[in-house]
Design a protein around this ligand. Sequence first.
Ligand code: THU
Length: 130
Amino acid sequence: MSLIDAAAKVRENAHAPYSNFKVGAALTSVEGHVHLGCNVENVAYPEGTCAEAGAIASMIASGDKRIAEVAVIADSPLPVPPCGGCRQKLAEFANGDVKVTLATTRGAIFETTVAELLPGAFDAGHMEGA
Ligand code: THU
């Protein structure tokens, strides 16, 4: 199964009763496993979590450390880009050249990278000497 297909499948499990906007994310770790996430909303809206955050949490909980590739999918006219917080989360665990495929259930695909999504990312290097 392709990474996009895996993201589309887990998207169906999203808990999105408030936005009605289901998102699925699938990533391959450098260690060679696929990890899945979907958005999990909460009646206290800020407590909701994004699909990307779920996939990253799954990767870390499994013992894998680094992201090799990511796919995100939603039912939208254009591929949905990760929110700002998820861009920072991806940058924590992925090199800048890691491919991020943004897809729609309607067939559109946009390929980008972690560095393109978050140019000038704040990283540990900025704290050297602190
Ligand atoms: N959402 C994601 O899960 N990932 C994204 O990349 C964009 C937005 C979710 C958060 C919320 O549950 C819903 O989509 C509407 O913003």
